[in-house]
Design a protein around this ligand. Structure first.
Ligand code: SF4
Length: 367
């Protein structure tokens, strides 16, 4: 089927697309935000920023990006860095497989591409963790190759621009947009064009709200604005609901230290966490479990409830603080003092609601 049939748009709408490049780039040159990865966009810097920006807000990424480049400034150092250091640098960003795939890809680049990211869309796609969007972003921004980089922002802008009611959750619709976007992409500034679309989507053609059409450089060319349907677009069918899991999170503390366990589960593998048990346990069950693990409990205190959303699962957590006088660490566990908590162990943000309780307890003990 022809892409415009999949996208439910007419030929004249598609034929008008080359007209968006000039006003879009003019607007981008004047209004683009100053972002650390836009200065000196080497292939490595573009790659790191694009991976960090997946599923994460720009403001949240800035600090991580700069710290990462200080410790891991190039592909050779990324290929060699200790996994514990890598995970600590990624702590709080979530989706930790992104960090592991970065390292796998760096190792492949060292072995197969002479230590340099390849200037080829197809070769970039062969690297772990690099999909069509990221390959398109690196190829166009760092190497000037005219390929699209179609993310959620671009799907939204183009759906509105063309007045398309095709469901952007469907793979065939995404593929049809990947074929259609290049019609508008100027060969002399492919990377700026891709970034300008993302910028427009992030600052003007906003998600989940009425777009700011009166501030948009594409208003006179926009089918969605002309037909007053922009705020109904894009169409995106609902994902399957997340599985819900109940967890009991227990901060085991003793002697100015907290007990951490290294996760073996595929989700958050290799990161550290407090004692994390399935189900919502009662106080006597918590004491019993710690005793079975070899610990001697002095006091138990209930903490807040919290929840954390992963892509496919939701954790509903009850929190407890258990002060122990004796607890030899079981295999895979370690006692951590305040310095080790900050500098050594990478903890997922799923437990953020409880880290303040650690801080409070450690401060009381140290004081
Ligand atoms: Fe989006 Fe409005 Fe611009 Fe159309 S005119 S691209 S709907 S902001």
């Amino acid at each position: 089927m022809h892409p415009q049939e999949v996208l439910l748009v007419s030929k004249p709408v598609v034929d008008n697309l080359p007209g968006i490049a000039q006003p879009l780039l003019g607007w981008y040159d004047q209004h683009k935000r100053s972002l650390p990865w836009r200065d000196n966009p080497t292939p490595y810097r573009v790659w790191i920023s694009e991976i960090m920006l997946q599923q994460t807000r720009v403001e949240a990424v800035k600090g991580y990006y700069q710290r990462f480049l200080e410790i891991v400034p190039d592909i050779a150092s990324l290929a060699d860095v200790e996994e514990s250091v890598l995970l600590k640098l990624w702590e709080g960003l979530g989706y930790y497989n992104r960090a592991r795939n970065l390292q796998r890809a760096a190792q492949k680049v060292v072995q197969e591409f002479d230590g340099k990211l390849p200037a080829s869309y197809g070769a970039l796609l062969s690297l772990p963790g690099i999909g069509e969007y990221t390959a398109g972003a690196i190829a166009s921004i760092a190497f000037g190759i005219p390929v699209p980089a179609v993310d959620g922002n671009v799907l939204r802008v183009f759906s509105r621009l063309c007045g398309s009611f095709a469901d952007i959750a469907l793979p065939q619709v995404k593929e049809a947009w990947r074929k259609t976007v290049p019609i508008a992409q100027p060969p002399n500034r492919p990377g700026d064009f891709n970034q300008a679309l993302m910028e427009l989507g992030a600052t003007v053609c906003l998600p989940n709200t009425t777009p700011k059409c009166n501030s948009c450089p594409l208003k006179t060319l926009c089918e969605g604005a002309a037909t007053a349907c922009a705020d109904q677009l894009p169409i995106k069918s609902a994902k399957k609901p997340r599985k819900v899991e109940q967890h009991t999170v227990i901060l085991v503390v003793a002697d100015n230290q907290v007990l951490l366990f290294q996760r073996q589960h595929k989700l958050l593998a290799g990161l550290y966490e407090p004692l994390n048990l399935l189900g919502h346990l009662a106080e006597n069950e918590i004491i019993g479990t710690i005793q079975e693990l070899g610990g001697k409990v002095n006091t138990v205190e209930a903490l807040c409830n919290s929840k954390h959303l992963f892509t496919h699962v939701e954790w509903q957590m009850t929190g407890w603080l258990a002060e122990c006088s004796y607890f030899p660490p079981p295999p895979g566990a370690a006692w951590a003092n305040r310095i080790a908590l900050t500098d050594t162990y990478a903890l997922p943000s799923a437990f953020r609601a409880y880290t303040k309780d650690w801080d409070r307890w450690l401060a009381t003990e140290e004081g």
